[in-house]
Design a protein around this ligand. Structure first.
Ligand code: BES
Ligand code: ZN
Length: 628
């Protein structure tokens, strides 16, 4: 019998395990509530008398249980166990005495009537005035990592996968999308509302449950791909992500057949807290990716890649999160290299990875939590959200690159990737199982693989211990430019750099970001005239590309230049994507002169923010302490 190996769930999934879920969801914008009846089928693994499920701030009004498919539901006694304050509160359901003892292999169906409450962490409600078109209100979920439990009681662990069907009732004029495939056109209810049905026939973990409701339009981009978004944004989104089918094909060539049938995606409002979220059949994307020149499409490639690494092959717990994100980053770079037809570019992307990793290491150092920089952190008695950072992404990606080199290079590695996906697609995976399979896949390399210090690789905090050759011409070019900007100290020298690199504005966004990040990391302060010349050289004052705008603002704030305060405030007022929002707020906070306006702006905007972003910014602005 499997032990419980996920410390971030309160469910007793080692005793009973969910296999299918049916939901009836009523979406009410007037009360800002989801009212749900969930009907979950569980298989008993070990004799048990109670079923424990994860919840956070949900109101449960009734629980019914049916054992062995008699279709005779009996009302069951239930209670909320004490609140853990950091991973929610278990709902404990008593299996009716007449059905006890439950034996391994038996089927138990549990029906729960529940409602969400105000401020549910996985939900964002928006008034129509807050949307682009201002025609209809909007609602969307974000369940990763542990927020599905704020929607309805469930086994909220990546280690349990279930199929689902859903009927969703909404007011007329609203469209619904889910992490599932829609059945038909929807039907009118007796009271003049609309009901839409969805099916997810592949088993998925709770964190991939997703729903969004709003004034949404759809445009087909290929035989199995379509973009959804507000009508006002549809053309821009269709242009930006026109390559979707092509990217999907590249990913298939690396990982094998795409098993989810359709790949549709939704471009959300600006408040969406991430760049992308790999909800199956309906990736969620941030509108910050709409740069107008397809330069930020890598995030789409990343979310597509999760269809294999993350959604098919899924980690057992958030401790082994790198198996989702490190793998996905690793293949994302391969996809990108194919797209730009340049394998050397991958090495450059690794340099960027290194920078991202360093950023995270510094952050955890400041928080005095270096233990969270281990590739496999210990999350016992911790909120898994606290461990989220660039570490699993970048250390994970570096580890795979290192292993790829160790076994002979990309060609030797290619068939292994497909084998890895096939081997683990039905079993939750941890780091140990990954290493064992790796060693068995490469018998000729078993000695060298076994000789690695795996304990060190997985458990030691701080910098990656692996030796990887990252030298590449793109990085050399970037380094040369940043060095010049760091050293220059007179108007003549600024003009000289600009004259030396007249085509800099045509360099890839990745390269420009890399240079700006290096300037920021150097910690030097730019006097106003130097900053103005830098802005001119990179076209930064006018750019709407947020990847460039953010490091520019950070350099400016660090240099205590008033000219970037308004651009910084403009950014934090509209952008919920934490990758930009949090560093800009932190930089505003660090400079004494902009600290108060940062706090005032946050307090004013908080009611309109996504609860996940708002929680983190409150911590960044020291208005709140972390939970664990
Ligand atoms: N699954 C993640 C987003 C996520 C991680 C949400 C952890 C909640 C908890 C998604 O695939 C992701 O990594 N997004 C990145 C994209 C980037 C690495 C290309 C993002 O949002 O920036
Ligand atoms: Zn990801």
């Amino acid at each position: 019998m499997e032990d419980k190996c996920d410390p971030s769930t309160l469910s007793n999934y080692e005793f009973v395990v969910a296999t299918t879920l049916h939901l009836d969801i009523d979406v009410s914008f007037s009360t800002k509530k989801l009212s749900t009846i969930t009907q979950t089928s569980f298989t008993v693994k070990q004799p048990v008398e109670k079923i424990l499920l994860d919840t956070e701030n949900v109101k449960v009004s009734k629980v019914e249980v049916d054992v062995d498919d008699t279709d005779l539901f009996k009302e069951a006694t239930f209670e909320m166990l004490p609140d853990t304050k950091y991973i929610g509160q278990a709902l404990s359901i008593e299996v009716p005495k007449s059905s006890l003892p439950l034996k391994a292999g038996q089927k138990v169906v549990v029906r729960i009537h529940c409602e969400t409450t105000e401020g549910a962490s996985g939900l964002q409600w928006m008034e129509k005035e807050e949307t682009v078109g201002k025609q209809q209100p909007y609602m969307f979920t974000q369940c990763q990592s542990r927020f599905c439990r704020s929607l309805f009681p469930c086994q909220d662990t990546p280690g349990v996968k279930f199929t689902y069907t859903a009927n969703v009732t909404v007011d007329q004029g609203l469209a619904v999308v889910m992490s599932a495939i829609i059945d038909g056109e929807g039907e009118k209810t007796k009271d003049g509302r609309m009901r839409y049905s969805f099916t997810q026939s592949q088993a998925i973990p709770a964190y991939l449950f997703a729903i969004a409701v709003g004034n949404l339009a759809k445009k087909d981009l290929g035989p199995r791909c379509a973009v959804w978004t507000e009508p006002e944004v549809l053309d821009a989104a269709a242009y930006e992500f026109a390559e979707v089918e092509n990217i999907l094909k590249i990913a298939e060539s690396i990982c094998g057949h795409y098993e989810w049938k359709r790949y549709d995606f939704l471009v959300l409002p600006m408040t969406f807290p991430f760049g992308g979220m790999e909800n199956p059949n309906m990736t969620f994307l941030s509108p910050t990716l709409l740069a107008g020149d397809r330069s930020l499409v890598t995030v789409l490639a990343h979310e597509i890649q999760h269809s294999w690494t993350g959604n098919l092959v899924t980690t057992v717990s958030w401790e082994h999160f790198w198996l989702n994100e490190g793998w996905t980053r690793f293949v994302e770079d391969k996809i990108k290299a194919v797209m730009v037809k340049d394998e050397v570019y991958r090495k450059f992307l690794l340099v960027k990875a290194q920078k991202h990793l360093n950023d995270s290491l510094v952050e955890f150092e400041d928080l005095k939590k270096p233990e969270l920089t281990a590739l496999v952190p210990n999350l016992t008695n911790r909120d898994p959200e606290d461990a989220f950072s660039g570490v699993p992404y970048e250390k994970g990606c570096m580890l795979l690159t290192y292993v790829e080199n160790l076994v002979g290079g990309p060609e030797e590695f290619a068939p292994y990737i497909k084998n890895y996906v096939q081997t683990f697609k039905n079993t939750p995976i941890n780091s140990k199982a990954w290493v064992e399979h790796l060693i068995s896949y490469f018998p000729g390399k078993a000695e060298v693989l076994k000789a690695q210090n795996w304990d060190n690789i997985f458990n030691s905090p701080g910098k990656s211990v692996l030796d990887i050759d990252m030298s590449n011409p793109y990085n050399d070019k970037c380094k040369a430019v940043s060095k010049k900007w760091i050293e220059a100290s007179s108007v003549e020298s600024y003009d000289q750099i600009i004259a030396e690199y007249p085509d800099l504005q045509t360099w890839s966004v990745d390269m420009k970001v890399e240079i700006l990040e290096t300037l920021k990391e150097s910690g030097i302060k730019f006097p106003q005239d130097k900053f103005d010349k830098l802005s001119e050289h990179f076209g930064l004052t006018e750019t709407s590309n947020i990847e460039l705008r953010t490091p520019w603002i950070r350099i400016g704030l660090h240099s205590e230049l008033k000219c970037v305060v308004d651009p910084a405030l403009d950014l934090v007022k509209v952008c919920g994507r934490m990758k930009f929002l949090r560093p800009v707020y932190r930089a505003l906070y660090e400079w004494e002169e902009s600290r108060q306006v940062a706090i005032d702006t946050f307090l004013k905007m908080q009611p309109f923010m996504n609860p996940i972003s708002a929680n983190w910014v409150a911590i960044d602005l020291k208005l709140k302490s972390e939970k664990s």
